[in-house]
Ligand binder design. Sequence first.
Ligand code: DAH
Length: 351
Amino acid sequence: MAAIRNVEEIRDGALAALAQASDRAALQEWRVRVLGRKGELTTVLRSLGSLPEAERRVVGAAANAARDVLDAAYTERAARVEQEELRQATERERVDVTLPGRPLPAGSLHVITRTLADVLDAFRSLGFWVAEGPEVEWDEYNFTRLRIPEDHPARDMFDTIWVDYTRPDGRRPMLLRTHTSPMQVRVMERRQPPIRVVVPGRCYRFEATDATHEWMFLQVEGLAVDEGVSLADLKGTLEEFARRIFGRERRVMLRHAYFPFVEPGVELAVDCFACHGTGCRVCGATGWIELLGAGMVHPEVLADVGYDARRYTGFAFGMGIERVALIRHGIDDIRMFYSNDVRFLEQFPGV
Ligand code: DAH
């Protein structure tokens, strides 16, 4: 019975090959080769017809039995291969949910932009509105109408960058504003009291830079004009502002100062962030750091814009935003703000 041995050989050979098949592709290939329509076993079954009756039954039964064995073996092997592939995939694609995420680099506002926004917010909540004006300004607004005529010694306070434009009479009337105070005049020209406005803006001075001076800086000007506005209102407003920006613990001091467009003029100082008032290098041993200039708007400035100076009074103030940021964060060099050193800027995150 050579045919039966043939069936057994085919079966044993196929079982051995099946044990070697270790992935889906190999299994598929095995299945076609062994059990497929042109497979080895099928060929045997097909050729049964040419065998004598008795032999045909025996070989047929053996071939069918072999087929059942191989079928069952295939099913089992396939299940095992599938399981193994799944196990490997799980291993390969395992996610460690305890790993910290990779943070995306996020930008944030520049510390000066942030400080300006906070200052404006503080005044907005006190009832001031916000206006802006030109950075290229006329001498008339920057100086003359603020009671600083030509040859006035106060012009020395402002080292001016002049615009290269000379009138036929030899005068140079145009400049980069040295402060935001000219906007006091511009606002009053256009509106009647009551006025409560703050004006942020860039200012320029022809100055060598050092730890406390930049040739370009940001100021915020304030102006409040109405009947009965007094120095006490100025004091209350500035103290409330200082508390909001620097915290309740900070001490503030008003002392006399001279500015041609206010009378009386004052300056507001806060106790030094470095030594807390005992006196050190940062505050020049005084314990105080000057924050802003202010005062009661000079009656001549009011009269000049057509206001009735007997009826209306007003206060004004002007501060440097870089200085606010210095004091707030305890920084001792103003040049850091605009040198674009990311290591410095990154220390002030925030929105
Ligand atoms: N404009 C002045 C400056 O830049 C600051 C100043 C002083 C503004 C007194 C004011 C003020 O409004 O009343 O030095």
